[in-house]
Design a protein around this ligand. Structure first.
Ligand code: GDP
Ligand code: MG
Length: 274
């Protein structure tokens, strides 16, 4: 058995992937950013060893979905390069969400499942929820998971397909001078990794990623074209409705004018008196 483990961090920009990479590796090598705009450019890999052990951990931070620095196509291409680089397979994927499981997170997870990995992605994936102040309290964690499960069917399906939901709150030095929250996260995550990443996951059809990206983008563009057509039809429909309303109002006015004229008619003969 090899004494190497590889962990891949994925998710939407700003959710705290780079921070988790720093926390686990106990370094500051990954750039944490308050501003989604200064998103890292692609995959960054660092290695660390837990003191007293001989296991080498490779931790890979990837570009975030939804960053506003690159186009979607460029983002997917950079992600593909990072994932293709993992030749000996992955032992654990951390899908990072923050605060709550949003619709955008659902879409990002679906993208990873359909374009990059496969239906079995959940077997190797742990969801990490960052920015969760109650992370030390089992009751708050349980409640949060329950709320998330009841949120909607998509979220519930993703949750039940993954290994586990883990909560952390990786506060910055300004927020937590002694870094207690990060130390607790590190202890938990390292312990979790030591017993949860023995299996190796080699995503199938890695060679076809580029093709799947092209298909995904083509389908999406097709969807966008359809949406444009629908919007155009809605606009035309609105215009016709307005015309119809104007016409009806004119008719109504005409009817009123005629009635008024009819009312005035009997008095026409008296005009000479006024
Ligand atoms: N309060 C709090 N802030 C966090 C947490 N994780 C990340 N952050 C902050 O969120 C911002 C984005 O984090 P970053 O790791 O760069 O996100 P990435 O785009 O997913 O790599 C940074 O300002 C971090 O300091 C957390 O668990 N709690
Ligand atoms: Mg980052």
């Amino acid at each position: 058995m090899t004494n190497e483990r590889t962990i891949l961090l994925i998710g939407r920009t700003g959710n705290g992937r780079s921070t988790i990479a720093n926390v686990i590796s106990n370094t500051k090598k990954f750039k944490e950013s308050e501003y989604a705009i200064s998103e890292s450019e692609g995959g960054q890999i660092e290695h660390f060893r837990v003191r007293g052990g001989d296991m080498i951990y490779n931790i890979i931070d990837t570009i975030g979905i939804g960053n506003n620095r690159f186009t979607e196509e460029e983002t997917l291409r950079r992600l593909a390069n990072a994932i293709k680089g993992v030749q000996n397979g992955l032992n654990q994927i951390f899908f990072v969400i923050s605060g709550k499981f949003t619709q955008e997170d659902v879409e990002a997870f679906t993208l990873f499942r359909t374009v990059f990995f496969g239906e079995d992605i959940g077997k190797y994936t742990t969801i990490i929820q960052t920015k969760f102040p109650g992370f030390r309290d089992p009751e708050k964690r349980r409640k949060n998971k329950e709320v998330m499960r009841n949120q909607n069917e998509n979220v519930a399906t993703i949750l039940s397909s993954c290994r586990r939901l883990v909560h952390v709150n990786n506060l910055t030095e300004q927020e937590d001078f002694r870094q207690r929250a990060r130390n607790d996260s590190r202890a938990f995550l390292r312990n979790y990794l030591s017993s949860n990443c023995q299996n190796v996951y080699i995503p199938s059809n890695l060679g076809e990623i580029d093709e799947r990206i092209q298909n995904y983008l083509a389908e999406k563009n097709h969807g966008d074209d359809k949406q444009i057509q629908i919007n155009q039809l809605i606009k035309e429909n609105q215009y016709l409705r307005e015309q119809l309303n104007n016409f009806a109002a004119q008719q109504e006015f005409q009817r009123f004018q005629n009635k008024f004229q009819n009312f005035l008619n009997p008095f026409q003969g008296f005009q000479g008196f006024f």
